[in-house]
Design a protein around this ligand. Structure first.
Ligand code: TTP
Ligand code: MG
Length: 357
């Protein structure tokens, strides 16, 4: 089966958060990083808004140089906690789309959506929906690349920044890669680029056409990896990050439903699955959470905590049903249900898939 991988990267992340939280900074050059005045202007730029990029400012540039280029810019120190809080929210939004989310950095992740296409629609629609959800729920824009591999998805997300959406179909991967400069290759940095230049390799296409054995001669084992990537060969999988803080199970309906018997049956099934998982891992938990996504994609969680630990399916089911009965769906149909147990006593537990909204 052809894989469909998304790479998501937030636009001018730290600067965009500052512009969102401070409307007076919007449409202005905002530079997050060291103080250009204190400490004789030592230190560097963390990032800057797209308005500041017009002055040639970029990440890692000495702050003194940035200040020379744009003395009227808004210079900020940055608020790491706030960025982390938003990062967590964004990662959770992604987990609503697929359980296979691999965060790469504070503002970047891969998602494998291969298994979600039947449920959510075409890759373009899924990617657009994800961008919309991030925008609606956080106020920030993301750029997304969609491709059959991580390498190509990552390049694609960067091509039309900000607010980009680039889709590369399997048959078009090689043509897509060919004209790109070699500096776009993963792992080609200050050391490797001059070697490539010497070999006459300017574009990814040049690399794809180069003899593999010669590449190995000049670049060692890495030569094989570079050659494979240039030829669109990249089988690396998306490895979801889990920290076993909770154990959950969820179901998305093929068709949204408001059939109470069906919903009840799903909660029964989910409670059983979660209970089974807990017992298998010798775990118990104190908090039961019911997750409900309605037909319009609005998503809610309702939780109840106990003083004692539980893991039996009957107890989990009873609590999940109480939470369900007291939730007002405002007449809307249900798209997804999830049951989670958290606050685990899992000293001997293994890593499990989870959600913890
Ligand atoms: P990036 O995604 O590389 O940059 P960005 O989100 O600011 O801009 P773009 O639209 O090009 O993606 O990095 C994410 C955040 O990480 C960035 O907002 C600030 C921080 N960062 C640094 O602190 N120092 C750095 O050198 C880089 C590259 C990023
Ligand atoms: Mg970014």
């Amino acid at each position: 089966m052809n894989r469909v991988i998304l790479h998501i990267d937030m636009d001018a992340f730290f600067a965009a958060v500052e512009q969102m939280d401070h409307p007076e900074y919007r449409d202005k050059p905002v530079i997050v990083g060291a103080d250009p005045k204190a400490g004789a202007g030592r230190g560097v730029v963390s990032t800057c808004s797209y308005e500041a990029r017009k002055f040639g400012i970029h990440s890692a540039m000495p702050i003194s140089q940035a200040y020379k280029r744009c003395p009227h810019g808004i210079y900020l120190r940055g608020r790491m906690e706030r960025y982390q809080e938003l990062s967590r929210r964004i990662m959770k939004i992604m987990q609503d789309f697929s359980p296979a989310v691999e965060p790469v950095s504070i503002d970047e992740a891969f998602i494998d959506i291969t298994g979600c296409i039947k449920l959510f629609g075409e890759p373009r629609a899924i990617a657009q929906k994800l961008k919309d959800c991030i925008k609606q729920q956080t106020g920030l824009t993301a750029s997304v690349g969609v491709a059959p591999s991580k390498f190509v998805a990552k390049i694609a997300s960067d091509l039309e920044k900000p607010n980009g959406l680039v889709i590369v179909e399997k048959e078009k991967v090689k043509d897509f890669l060919r004209p790109l400069p070699i500096s776009r290759m993963w792992g080609v940095g200050k050391k490797t680029e001059p070697v490539m230049q010497k070999l006459g390799i300017q574009t990814i296409g040049d690399l794809a056409d180069y003899s593999q054995s010669k590449l190995i001669k000049y670049l060692g084992k890495a030569g094989v990896q570079f050659w494979n990537l240039a030829n669109g060969i990249d089988n690396r999988t998306v490895v979801p990050y889990t920290d076993a803080k909770s154990l959950s199970h969820e179901t998305t309906y093929h068709e949204d439903t408001d059939d109470t018997a069906k919903l009840k049956q799903t909660i029964f099934y989910l409670s059983n699955e979660v209970s089974r998982g807990l017992r298998k891992g010798n775990m118990k938990g104190k908090t039961i959470t019911l997750k409900i996504r309605l037909a319009d994609f609005s998503t809610f969680t309702r939780s109840k905590s106990f003083i004692h630990y539980i893991n039996s399916s009957k107890e989990i089911y009873d609590v999940a049903m109480q939470l369900f009965d007291s939730f007002n769906r405002m007449g809307k149909k249900v798209r997804l249900l999830g049951v989670a147990v958290s606050n685990l006593d899992n000293s001997i537990g293994e890593q499990m898939s989870m959600f913890d909204d």
